[in-house]
Design a binder for this molecule. Structure first.
Ligand SMILES: Cc1cc2nc3c(=O)[nH]c(=O)nc-3n(C[C@H](O)[C@H](O)[C@H](O)COP(=O)(O)OP(=O)(O)OC[C@H]3O[C@@H](n4cnc5c(N)ncnc54)[C@H](O)[C@@H]3O)c2cc1C
Length: 823
């Protein structure tokens, strides 16, 4: 064993793990000018999952942020290839095949949004694919996509190249140094304990790959990753079916075969010498090294090691591979690699700062860590240096997982399901089934009885629509293509009932955060761009901004007492907003920030008849104005009623302690209001121009760009976080704006990420879209250059390969004078 020569007593940043993740974070920190960085690795560099990777680098992912990160990886690997430590980068291009019309639609959708950020993805025919990859059969291939800048890299060489770059930038790399413990003091990380001594540190980064959960436990942090076995094989040089050897790289004049992915057959290929690397995602997965309670328990000496070949599980992949590349049938197998890799419950990375201040994670790369490493290192380094992520990465943020992911069994079930459906098309109506139902509203049984169709978000069962309403809707409105999948005429019926009479919605899953104590008002005033510490009972719609003036949170704040506030935010954003508020709260005991989501049920009654229906049930009356709240009773149930709406109609959100929930729903349902689900809410809010965080709003856009300038109170006493950047941005002038478009074809409905063209050039991408049942238009929102954003501007929206004429319109489309909500 090589002992570290000198272990420093302290360092500003300690990185744990010398795989591709840890070395990339180190490389990028050095690039950011961080000089006091130490990387500790318990064995040798690359000896975790990295050394046995297949090394494919595909850039295109189901989401634009990750695709951008992978684009950075490629740019970096290309650059490193020209340097002193080339990582073996081969830019051979990549093909993705489509074997079904639906897969072809997916590819066209991807080509559409790839265009909106300059990724040169192009559609190709089966014959063109075969010309580029002559070993493949075109049997069953409808077409595909080609990306000229994809490729592959040698994972170990890449890691050494990154390590060399980091060292050159001053990073100390200590191998054979095992972290045994992590010191935490006052909610912040203070250092690491290793088998060679202790290192004090301000920041510790867990880049432990499949060991990341174990390292997290040392700091009291849950990192929900599961080690999963993943296999590929490497063939001997291939022979053509006629017995001749396939031409070698040199014989082909140095042209490399592109990488080839055939998701419908679950397989991928790349060239390796004169043979092929072939791997895939088995329908029967194999979590590895879990103990009896499903907790990861990777052996302490598992470094530089592989698992045994598992032919039984690989057989389906191997058979599919022979279909696509017939020469595989006669190919000799040089080696089979079966290695464990850290997968997460939703196939996204775990990045960012945890609830322990200064303790960061970059792990759970789900078999695309080589493709992602460059981008991951860049994002992490900027996050560490600036204290906040440089772009909208919430779906990769380690804090996105709610408390239920503390359960190893739930985490395992979800991870297994994700692995086994890795190559499935992510249709908009795709729902996960593992571990359901878990979190349910007190009225769940009543929804089931009404024929509710449930979707799942953050572990909650949420009503999408009620099948019992379908007969009242208009079936001819079904959108074409993907948007029509899982569509129900019930949505239109629920929408119409809310506009013309009254709709009843279960919003119990909305995240609720109580901020209380003598310092609560001051904290919230500092965090919010609007004035929120108003009179008790006041309800304020507001945003929290980051130091760049970007929107971190978007929620309502109700002052429930002199020193108590209730923040209500979207179901999926509770953990994010809680962490944002907590992360900025003083640690002197003057503010308590508590997640009270499960303590309250919440039902919304909205529509022109809602006062008439609710009034007789509330002896204390409903005569309080829009954006205020009161403690009232509804039937036998004590509730807090908020006069707010996300539908753009008169109405109330009624919050009651959870044990009353079933009774309150029963009481409200008996009024005759039509029960509705989240799809109707979404259609209602689109017509009214209400924004949603995560799509329309993000940390990358300011309230001015998002059309929320009406919430901003510049110059309020004490100021607010992000104000300076916001003022500067305002002075510079807006270069883009969130705009509403209506599409000429009502059956062409956007799902998000579709490209928008103005004057024949891609000018933006749809943030959210849907059909407005009252206005009778397909509606889309998109950020467009300010010059292209005036109402009346002609545009086109790319939906599944067709360009649909559209027009920028003045918003909101519905009730622009706000007369209905204030009725
Ligand atoms: C068979 C297979 C094929 C793959 N193919 C591809 C592919 O084609 N393309 C792609 O992009 N990705 C692929 N991957 C995934 C890729 O290899 C991983 O995502 C990536 O290597 C993970 O890197 P990492 O740095 O997070 O983890 P690792 O490489 O596992 O590094 C973590 C390091 O932390 C160290 N460590 C753990 N605990 C401690 C401690 N207490 N103290 C100090 N050090 C510690 C470990 O020793 C280890 O070296 C594949 C994976 C497998 C298994």
């Amino acid at each position: 064993m090589t002992l570290p020569k000198s272990l420093p007593d302290r360092a500003r940043v300690v990185i744990i793990g010398g795989g591709v993740g840890g070395t990339s974070v180190a490389y990028h920190l050095a690039g950011q000018g961080e000089r006091d960085v130490v990387l500790v690795e318990r064995a040798d560099l690359t000896s975790g999952s990295t050394f046995h990777s297949a090394g494919l680098v595909g850039q295109l992912r189901a989401d634009p942020t990750l695709t951008r990160m992978n684009m950075h990886s490629v740019a970096l690997y290309r650059e490193l290839q020209q340097g002193e430590n080339p990582p073996g980068w081969v830019e051979c291009g990549g093909i993705r095949l489509a074997g079904t019309p639906e897969r072809m639609e997916e590819i066209r959708r991807q080509i559409g949004w790839a265009a909106s950020f300059g990724l040169p993805l192009e559609e190709i025919s089966a014959a063109e694919a075969q010309r580029m990859f002559p070993l493949m059969s075109t049997e069953g291939v409808l077409g595909g996509a080609y990306l000229a800048t994809d490729g592959y890299v040698d994972p170990s060489q890449l890691t050494y190249a990154l390590a060399a770059g980091a060292r050159a930038g001053g990073v100390r790399i200590l191998t054979h140094t095992r972290v045994l413990g992590i010191e935490v003091a006052g909610g912040r990380v203070a250092g690491v304990r290793t088998d060679a001594g202790d290192i004090e540190a301000e920041i510790v980064v867990d880049c432990g790959g499949m060991f990341a959960a174990e390292i997290g436990r040392m700091a009291g942090v849950r990192v929900p990753v599961v080690p999963m076995s993943h296999q590929y094989l490497v063939t001997e040089p291939l022979r053509e079916r006629d017995g001749t050897r396939s031409p070698s790289v040199r014989e082909r004049g140095g042209t490399r075969l592109p990488t080839l992915r055939d998701p419908d057959n679950l397989v991928y290929f790349r060239e390796e010498v004169d043979g092929l690397v072939m791997g895939g995602y088995e329908r029967r997965s194999a979590p590895w090294a879990l103990d009896d309670t499903d907790q990861d328990a990777v052996p302490a000496d598992f470094n530089g090691r592989l698992l045994g070949e598992d032919w039984d599980r690989f057989e389906e992949i191997a058979a599919n591979a022979r279909l696509r590349v017939p020469a595989m049938a006669d190919a000799g197998i040089r080696k089979v690699i079966n290695g464990p890799e850290a997968f997460t419950p939703d196939n996204e990375f775990c990045l960012g700062e945890t609830e322990v201040g200064g303790f960061f994670v970059a792990a759970g790369f789900c078999a695309h860590g080589i493709a992602g490493a460059g981008g991951i290192g860049q994002v992490m380094a900027e996050w560490i240096v600036a204290g906040e992520p440089p772009m909208h990465v919430w779906h990769m943020d380690v804090r996105r997982f709610g408390a239920h992911y503390r359960s190893p069994s739930y985490t395992r079930e979800r991870t297994v399901e994700n692995y086994e459906t890795y190559y499935d098309i992510p249709f908009p109506d795709r729902e996960r089934s593992a571990g359901r139902p878990l979190r349910v509203s007190p009225a769940y049984g009543q929804h089931v009885a009404l024929g509710a169709y449930f979707g799942e978000k953050a572990g909650w069962e949420r009503v999408e629509y009620y099948a019992s309403n379908a007969a009242s809707g208009d079936a001819s409105l079904r959108p074409r293509g993907w948007a029509g999948r899982g569509w129900s005429s019930a949505v239109g019926a629920e929408h119409a009932a809310t506009r013309t009479s009254a709709g009843l919605f279960d919003e119990s899953s909305f995240a609720k955060i109580e901020v209380s104590g003598p310092g609560a008002a001051k904290l919230l005033e500092w965090l919010c761009d609007n004035e929120v510490a108003r009179d008790a009972g006041a309800v304020t719609y507001t945003q929290c901004l980051n130091a760049r003036g970007g929107i971190e949170c978007d929620f309502t704040v109700t002052r429930t007492a002199e020193d108590a506030f209730m923040v209500v935010t979207g179901t999926a954003f509770g953990t994010h907003d809680l962490a944002w508020i907590r992360g900025h709260a003083p640690r002197d005991g003057t503010v308590r920030v508590a997640d009270v989501t499960g303590q309250y049920a919440c039902f919304a009654l909205w529509g022109p008849r809602s006062r008439e229906l609710l009034g007789p049930l509330t002896p204390s009356g409903l005569d309080f104005p829009y954006l205020t709240s009161r403690e009232i009773t509804v039937g036998d149930v004590p509730v807090r009623a908020l006069r707010v709406t996300f539908a753009g109609e008169l109405g109330w959100e009624l919050y009651c302690s959870s044990e009353y929930g079933a009774a309150l729903w029963r009481t409200l349902a008996a009024t005759g209001a039509v029960p509705g689900g989240y799809r109707a809410i979404d259609a209602l809010r689109l017509e009214k121009g209400y924004r949603v965080w995560g799509t329309d709003l993000s940390p990358d856009v300011t309230p001015y760009e998002a059309g929320l300038g009406f919430c901003v109170r510049l110059g309020k006493p004490g100021g607010f976080l992000g104000e300076e950047a916001l003022v500067a941005a305002k002075e510079r002038g807006l270069t883009r704006r969130l705009r509403c478009l209506t599409l000429a074809d009502p059956h062409a409905v956007c799902l998000g990420n579709e490209p928008v063209r103005v004057g024949g050039k891609v000018a933006g991408r749809v943030t959210s879209g849907g059909y407005g049942y009252t206005v009778g238009h397909s509606i889309a929102y998109a950020y467009l250059p300010a010059t292209d954003a005036e109402p009346g501007t002609r545009a086109e929206v790319g939906i599944l390969g067709d360009w649909i004429p559209a027009e920028v319109v003045r918003e909101p489309l519905y009730d622009p004078r706000n007369e209905r909500v204030r009725a």
